[in-house]
Design a protein around this ligand. Structure first.
Ligand code: G
Ligand code: G
Ligand code: MN
Ligand code: NA
Length: 256
């Protein structure tokens, strides 16, 4: 494929950048900024802005995901340092998506430890790796999670509720956060049905000692629903879209 050759040089020629989608704590009354999810963008010289849904699967198939993933981790960790300095009292966090292929590689842990050693002042709990639920059945992945967590880095299950054996995973695996997939917010239910469902799922996740993030919140009604159900954190276009560094710094300043 044409994108294959393009991808090789894309990191060196700085065609990738990250955008940062805010995550908010759901207090009874208002939302409080707690951190960001780093999301990868590729500014392709011919095709323009490419979304990760298109090029991540390709990068995984072609083996570029490791170099790309290392670049993302490094950038996100450095940006986390900068965001935290811009609002030290906010104790901001950074979520980084990682492919199961990255985790399954034996040298991933050493890489991560190396990166963290370069930022000794950064509290390890401020970094959270997001792993999709479907990858958790992989033995190599679940073993990697134990070592990653031993470093103090937190783990979130991304797209929670869309895979298999999620209840077993919830109790067995060393994870800290469940990010409820936005598919849950799909319509067709009464307000009472929605409330029962979200309260039950949130209660279940809490019973396993995990925090709940609802992603994909697009309306005020959805925000009210997940808040009433007891979710801890929320993310989505209704609250904030993925932001440039400058816009994220603006939000940090306004949140102090
Ligand atoms: O940003 P967007 O909503 O288009 O992301 C689409 C998908 O790509 C999401 O599932 C997201 O988790 C994934 N994604 C975004 N950035 C990264 C990244 O840096 N690494 C990996 N592995 N996946 C990413
Ligand atoms: O699978 P993951 O959660 O990593 O996906 C993140 C992707 O979801 C990003 O590409 C981001 O642009 C997108 N996203 C973020 N908020 C919303 C939202 O409120 N609605 C929709 N449809 N997509 C969102
Ligand atoms: Mn994610
Ligand atoms: Na998701």
């Amino acid at each position: 494929v044409e994108l294959d050759n393009d991808m090789r040089g894309a990191i060196e020629s700085e065609q990738f950048h990250l955008v940062y989608q805010p995550i908010f704590a759901l207090n009874p009354e208002t939302e409080r900024l707690v951190g960001f999810e780093a999301l990868l963008r590729w500014d392709h010289p011919l095709h323009g802005a490419l979304q990760p849904g298109i090029f991540i699967p390709l990068a995984e198939r072609l083996g570029h995901i490791h170099a790309m993933g290392n670049w993302v981790l490094r950038r996100a960790i450095l940006q986390l340092q900068a965001f935290r300095s811009a609002g030290p009292e906010l104790d901001l966090k950074m979520n980084v998506n990682v492919s199961p292929l990255q985790l399954a590689r034996p040298d991933f842990l050493a890489r991560l430890a190396d990166l963290l050693a370069q930022v000794p002042d950064l509290p390890r709990h401020a970094l959270c790796l997001e792993i999709t639920e479907t990858s958790l059945s992989d033995e190599a992945v679940s073993e990697a999670l134990i070592s990653i967590r031993a470093l103090g880095v937190r783990i979130a299950i991304d797209d929670f509720g869309t895979g298999f054996s999620s209840l077993a995973c919830l109790r067995r695996l060393p994870v800290d956060v469940a990010k409820l997939d936005r598919a849950f917010l799909g319509g067709g239910h009464t307000a009472a049905q929605d409330h029962r469902f979200f309260a039950a799922v949130t209660g279940l996740v809490h019973a396993a000692d995990l925090k709940v993030v609802q992603e994909g919140i697009e309306t005020l009604d959805q925000l009210a629903l997940v808040r009433a159900a007891g979710a801890d954190f929320a993310q989505g276009f209704h609250l904030a879209a993925p932001l440039s560094i400058a816009a994220a710094l603006g939000l940090i300043a306004a949140s102090r």
